[in-house]
Design a protein around this ligand. Structure first.
Ligand code: SAH
Length: 222
């Protein structure tokens, strides 16, 4: 069991540092109090290697190994706002990564499933979420492009890696009025955060804002 100091953080990982991060998020347009409260409380520094923990509350993305990144706090807050706007009970996340976005979501939705394709990241995220007593979330090592068919339909599916086209299996796993939120690359390489809403058998697509994510890749790395 880690010490209370490690969990709560000291110095550059202290409550004051987290409060400053949340203040910045609010000034940059994050409105949802629930998101700000969870991000003020939860220890982002535990989702980084020790050598980087002191940078956990800067508004920047940071490396988590295997060529992947922990998204910047603003992006996590924005994606979480978009998810909980739907008042979802069943949410699927593709791209567990460090598990930080997973943690934030787990505190705000009823049930969460999260898929990661790199075993080392999947395992470490699982350890962190157990330590933080997350009980409403299941993790799976798999290619998330196929979704989690046994648990479908979902109210919201969130991708934290950039697709170059909308994965058909994920669209098929949305319930009626369900929403897929994903970074989507255009042919010119630019990425747009995109929201797709299912209306029975048709899909409405909205482009939200320019973003920068690592790519959605196929297959599993054990
Ligand atoms: N939300 C994460 C972001 C991690 S970066 C965090 O806050 O830490 C995106 C993650 O998506 C990486 O871990 C990458 O390995 C994973 N990923 C990419 N393609 C995937 C796929 N097809 N299935 C599951 N995970 C995938």
């Amino acid at each position: 069991m880690p010490s209370p100091d490690l969990l709560r953080g000291v110095g550059m990982t202290s409550q004051r540092t987290r409060d400053r991060m949340v203040g910045r998020l609010a000034r940059h347009g994050v409105r949802d109090r629930r998101v700000l409260e969870v991000m003020a409380r939860e220890p982002r520094h535990l989702f980084l290697d020790e050598a980087l923990a002191h940078r956990a509350y800067e508004d920047t993305s940071l490396p988590i190994g295997h060529g992947q990144t922990l998204s910047q706090p603003w992006m996590v807050a924005r994606m979480t706002e978009l998810v909980i706007q739907e008042a979802p009970s069943r949410v699927l996340e593709v791209g567990t990564g460090s598990g930080y976005q997973t943690l934030v979501l787990s505190r705000l939705v009823k049930e969460l499933w999260s898929v990661e394709r790199i075993n080392a990241l999947h395992r470490r995220a699982g350890e962190r979420l157990r330590l933080l007593e997350v009980h409403n979330t299941r993790l799976r090592l798999a290619d998330g492009g196929h979704g989690w068919p046994e648990e479908a339909p979902f109210d919201v599916i969130l991708l934290t890696a950039c697709a170059s086209e909308l994965p058909a299996p994920l669209l098929a796993q949305l319930g009626d009025e369900g929403v897929l939120i994903t970074p989507l690359a255009q042919p010119d390489g630019r990425q747009w955060l995109t929201r797709v809403r299912r209306r029975e058998d048709s899909f409405e697509t909205e482009r939200l804002e320019a973003v920068r994510f690592v790519p959605l890749l196929e297959g599993v790395i054990r």
